[in-house]
Design a protein around this ligand. Structure first.
Ligand code: 13P
Length: 255
């Protein structure tokens, strides 16, 4: 991995951890993980726990908070949705765009994801664009086609400056929550594909600065190996980010 890309270790809590559990988690995590200027640490709690997270992290400017999803309109009659400006106001600085569960459980299209990423940047948030193929798509030899289609849809919706600021997360659907992580070789191949497309779109120098995270069954015992793979600049961790001690190990892995 190029030294210019600081490792990004992120925890996606999905629909776990209300405000009370969030406060308890960060009390424990702050003891287990000391600030490291060489790493970017981001947590994605449920939107309703963002304020509690910011409160609990008042003394920890090294830990950023993001939301898992935002709608593309800034406000209006969209019951149940949260907008990017609202998330920003609550203290989030990142947002996941197109997580596989948004795509496959809630039916989000590439176009929806692109609109959401655009609205996030317009509101001053940084979008972490999630891409990844299903097992059927992998078996059919369609990995590159699928992840490039997902990436392109977002890049085309952004200004060049916004596109240069994205983070990308490669999360193969078959590896999420299954205990079967991609091999470092599979991750490196997909990340290389994404990096080449970023270079075509942004130019090599800018593309070289975009962090590409791997996600899917990352645990304390495989984090270091995955992080060491070529073009893997960080990790997006689901289940294992719910345990403060375990996630502290992941956050420090390979350092
Ligand atoms: P798991 O780490 O639980 O497989 O989840 C990965 C994920 O979806 C992170 O966004």
């Amino acid at each position: 991995m190029a030294a210019v890309r600081k490792p990004v270790i992120a925890g996606n809590w999905k629909m776990h951890m209300g405000p009370v559990a969030t406060g308890e988690f960060f009390a424990a995590f702050a003891r287990a993980y000391q600030p490291d200027a060489g790493r970017t640490i981001i947590f994605f709690p449920p939107a309703i726990s963002v304020t509690a997270a910011r409160e609990a992290l008042r003394a920890r400017g090294d830990i950023a908070i993001g939301v898992q999803n935002t709608y593309w309109q800034p406000k209006g009659a969209f019951t149940g949705e949260v907008s990017a400006p609202m998330a920003r106001e609550a203290g989030a600085t990142y947002v996941l765009a197109g997580h596989s569960e948004r795509r496959h459980v809630f039916g989000e299209t590439d176009q929806d994801v692109a609109r959401k990423a655009r609205a996030a940047f317009d509101a001053g948030l940084t979008a972490v664009v999630c891409v990844g193929e299903t097992l059927d798509e992998r078996r059919a030899g369609r990995v590159d086609e699928v992840i490039l289609r997902q990436l392109d849809a977002v890049l085309e919706a952004l200004t060049p400056e916004q596109a240069a600021d994205v983070l990308v997360a490669y999360e193969p659907v078959w590896a999420i929550g299954t205990g079967v992580n991609a091999t470092p070789e599979d991750a490196a191949a997909a990340h290389g594909t994404l990096r080449r497309r970023l270079a075509e779109r942004l130019g090599g120098a800018r593309a070289g600065l975009v962090p590409i995270l791997y996600g899917g069954s990352v645990k304390p015992d495989n984090a270091g190996t995955l992080l060491a793979a070529t073009d893997v600049d960080g990790l997006l961790v689901g289940g294992a980010s719910l345990d403060p001690a375990g996630f502290a190990l992941i956050a420090a892995s390979g350092a």
